[in-house]
Design a protein around this ligand. Sequence first.
Ligand code: ADP
Ligand code: MG
Length: 614
Amino acid sequence: MSDIIHLLPDSVANQIAAGEVIQRPASVLKELVENSIDAGASLVQILIKDAGRTLIQVVDNGKGMSETDARMAFERHATSKIKNADDLFSLRTMGFRGEALASIAAVAQVELRTRRADDELGVLVEIAGTRVFKQEMIQCDEGTAFQVKNLFFNVPARRRFLKSDNVEKSHILTEFYRLALVNTNVAFSLFDGDEEIFQLPASNYKVRIENIFGKNAKKRWQQQLLTIETSTSLVNISGYVGKPEYAQKSAIQYFFVNGRYMRHPYFHKAVLLAYNQMIHASESPNYFIYFEVDPQTIDVNIHPTKTEIKFENEQAIWSILSASVKESLGKFNIVPSIDFDQEGSVDLPTGISVENVRPPQTNFNPNYNPFGTTAYKRPVLDWEDLYGGFEKKESAIESSPDWQPNFNSLTTGSINSSEQQKVIETIESRAENFQFKNRYILTGIKSGMLMIDQHRAHIRILYDLFMSQIENRKALSQQVLFPEVLELSADETLIFEQLLPDLYHVGFDFESLGNHSYNVKGVPDQLGTASVIDLLLNMLDKAKTTAEDLTTAMHESIALSLAEASSLKAGQRLANEEMCDLIDRLFACSNHNVTPDGKKIMSIFTHEEIEKRF
Ligand code: ADP
Ligand code: MG
């Protein structure tokens, strides 16, 4: 038998290797921009088309390449950045493997134009699928321009693997932020087709942060960032950390070392430790922290797409970092200002399961909302009022008709407006309910006493309403007299666009002002007094942490945010009719026991429990 092992042709080997380095358009952008930075560029202009599928163009004013180098650059393991293994430990450049261009040229159609300052003519190289199609001298600007077209044109499986345009664009932005936030002496522009996404002048860290993320009104960076600055023989740490009150669920957090973005879960803990007790456990502070260390003491020679970096003096740096963050929180007199009062659940013994409670009979009108009107002027029956005298208490209880007959069946048919009066009569002829601490509704049922958290009950009611509006695509909108402007950052715009159809379905109306800004022209009819801009930003925050395939999760998240923002709050006094209506509407809900996020809505004191106390 003959031998069967042979070497793969370059084109195949390169294509396989490319799989490691180039996974999506964002990886191309990262590699090209890193090369521009290594070439000493002070201006990098980026253009993408179709989320980078058809074009990623990076033009720089760096040192350019000679004719031979321009051709050599596409060979595998061809690099100008290191010569021997020792150089790996004194790296000052982003690149050093000499793999990126070979990989890109294996899976895309690439045009390179480049000229050094002292050369009269530049050179054009056209290469696709590792084959060189053209190499000629041309007139061109000083610096280097790469055009990478039709990524994965020869690897259909990879092409199919790409996600939606918005997802690919958000990957591109992620890479862009990581480069732009640390290379602040470089001016960047980023265009998506004709649309300008960023135009960032050369500046310093703080201005760059502001230029990238500062449009979002919620993140007023100037007032929320505290400087950190520590200089030791092991490490220099500089940058900014957010004040505790600006902590959020999806915080913006960046670590860089020697000009390179890194992830470092261990150092992340050091930062969190400094915020101990100052922020809620579910939230995290924003930070932008830049480390400078001797290149000999870190190992960046990890997988090309990975961002973890090993530090020789990890523990010492951990302590220095934590102390440094603590110091700046202390220096700026940051005292805990977060209200930790989690709206506590009513912790009451329940002898019987809430499932056993049958809903009251009602002529339920889903459109009827007494909280939105001033129709009721009846004096509110308060716990104190009712219990001012013992007799009064006795009679109040005695005169309450037992709810039980009403609990036997439930009709949820909606009624028209001519029947509204009937609803009111039904309510008025019903039980007196008691509002305790302007927060809980107490009502008698056959088996004892039912206690309902008014805020949570209303969240459940509104959540069901908003969900059905999203699903049935009809909701009432209310035009806003003085529209507020929603200003977003580029990545938020991508997520916001995904939310838009659903937002329209629940009654929002927007007018695009361009440049990631929107006029909020209409809001859901049911929306309470909540700040619309804060509400929308909160929804965006939630959507950011939702999984990629998000239709249902997105619907739920929108409905919940709206319900929370529009709901009755604890502390709001309710008239008896309002309480009756709330109870009716609650029991018409698919799940009246818990809120959509799993909090208990009601609790029962059984007769036995009550009697035992006397
Ligand atoms: P690496 O960056 O790891 O060296 P690459 O494949 O990314 O490998 O690039 C190969 C070489 O091509 C670089 O070492 C550099 O000499 C040259 N090169 C690439 N891009 C540029 C650029 N924008 N300007 C000048 N030289 C470049
Ligand atoms: Mg490179």
